[in-house]
Design a binder for this molecule. Structure first.
Ligand code: SF4
Length: 386
């Protein structure tokens, strides 16, 4: 099999996005029913909705079988060219796509369930969060729009569905997940904030009931603000599963955390971290943004002192949250600390319209301060440039 063609994702990932639409993986190019969303219609590969087709029907559909069969053939086919266009383009331009080019077909208990099926309920309004992923951010954006309608465009409020504006849809897929359970290796619980999504506990209960939980690893992306919700305590669940991986979203410490991840409290997060790390493997997950970069060295030092493994992602949207929206003087000041890292290009970028971008960032922070009753100039003194 050619490494250029084969990818394990169609075998191992069962994926649906925030719009409740199935895809072979998060990078695939499909016939997405929501025009204008990130995955706008770019190919005719079927992308049914979760409320129309069950997870197993999608996973074992003729079109998914055909994609796997083409990949097995070892040669690029028109089907692979269209579905995998994003990865192919990334690789052509010398970057690493998402493709997972193993030399063998994954067999047995290999399926990683990554269905965004529990809604977008979230208790925080993090300034850099894509609003489709947080019910609180959507409410906050509605207030921002009252201050200036341009914030709606900037944060892509018009791309939300009515369901997303009301906490998202929670799909009833329990019976189907039970059928798939003997093939499930890992189940990703994606929010919103997963620990406060009641429906996901019902799926966990079902897997425990049929005796499959002990073979399945749980994976959470969480803000660690709550370990218990409506009588469901996460530790009671973790101990019944094979394991639990926690990706803790962490953009700063102390008051920087409380500003960026608005609605959270650093001391309380810390207590939850110390509790949960006794039960699960925890990773820090940092979004490098125009605010988190200002104290990233302290955040990193803290994570290292805790022995906490972490990853850093350089975010591109929303625009004011990009590192290259910062004033050039600030980026220049930070650059020596991040030479030869993936953040260097954002810090050294020559932005032609930097004055507009910087003004947009300040406008955004001022509007957030008005709504949240915060003061960015006190929490991030580096932003006070002349
Ligand atoms: S090559 Fe890329 S687009 Fe194709 S299945 Fe793999 S990860 Fe998805």
């Amino acid at each position: 099999m050619s490494c250029k063609v084969f990818c394990t994702y169609p075998w191992k990932q069962l994926f649906s996005d925030s719009y409740g639409v199935y895809m072979p993986c998060c990078m695939a190019t499909v016939n997405h029913p929501y025009n204008g969303c990130w995955h706008s219609a770019k190919s005719d590969f079927p992308a049914p909705k979760v409320n129309e087709v069950s997870p197993s029907e999608f996973f074992y559909s003729d079109y998914m079988k055909q994609l796997r069969s083409d990949m097995r053939g070892g040669k690029t086919t028109p089907l692979i060219e269209k579905v995998c266009a994003n990865c192919i383009n990334e690789e052509k331009e010398g970057r690493k796509g998402l493709r997972d080019p193993q030399w063998y077909e994954p067999l047995g208990r290999v399926v990683q369930v990554k269905l965004k099926i529990f809604g977008n309920l979230c208790n925080l309004s993090c300034y850099m969060c894509r609003i489709k992923d947080s019910s609180s951010r959507i409410k906050q954006t509605e207030k921002l729009i009252q201050i200036d309608p341009e914030f709606g465009e900037m944060l892509e409020y018009d791309k939300l569905t009515d369901e997303m504006k009301h906490g998202g849809v929670s799909y009833n897929v329990i019976e189907d997940i039970k059928k798939l359970a003997p093939r499930i290796e890992k189940i990703y619980i994606i929010g919103g904030e997963p620990f406060i999504m009641p429906k996901h506990y019902e799926v966990l209960d079902a897997l425990i009931e049929i005796g499959q939980a002990k073979n399945i690893v749980l994976k959470y992306h969480t803000n660690l603000t709550k370990l218990e919700w409506e009588g469901n305590h996460i530790f009671d669940y973790i101990k019944q599963f094979k394991g639990c991986d926690i990706n803790w979203s962490l953009e700063g410490i102390r008051e920087q955390n409380d500003y960026i991840r608005f609605g959270s409290n650093w001391e309380s997060n810390l207590q939850n971290y110390y509790k949960i790390k006794k039960h699960a493997k925890v990773w820090g997950n940092v979004c490098a943004s125009s605010l988190s970069i200002l104290s990233l060295h302290e955040t990193e030092e803290w994570m290292k002192s805790e022995g906490l493994d972490y990853s850093i992602n350089n975010i591109q949207e929303p625009r004011p949250c990009r590192i290259d929206s910062l004033h050039p003087k600030i980026r220049e000041q930070l650059l020596p600390m991040y030479r030869n890292t993936k953040l260097e290009s954002s810090l050294s970028a020559n932005i032609e319209n930097w004055e507009d971008r910087w003004a947009e960032l300040l406008r955004y922070l001022k509007a957030l301060d008005e709504i949240n009753n915060t003061d960015y100039t006190k929490v991030f003194p580096l932003l006070n440039v002349e």
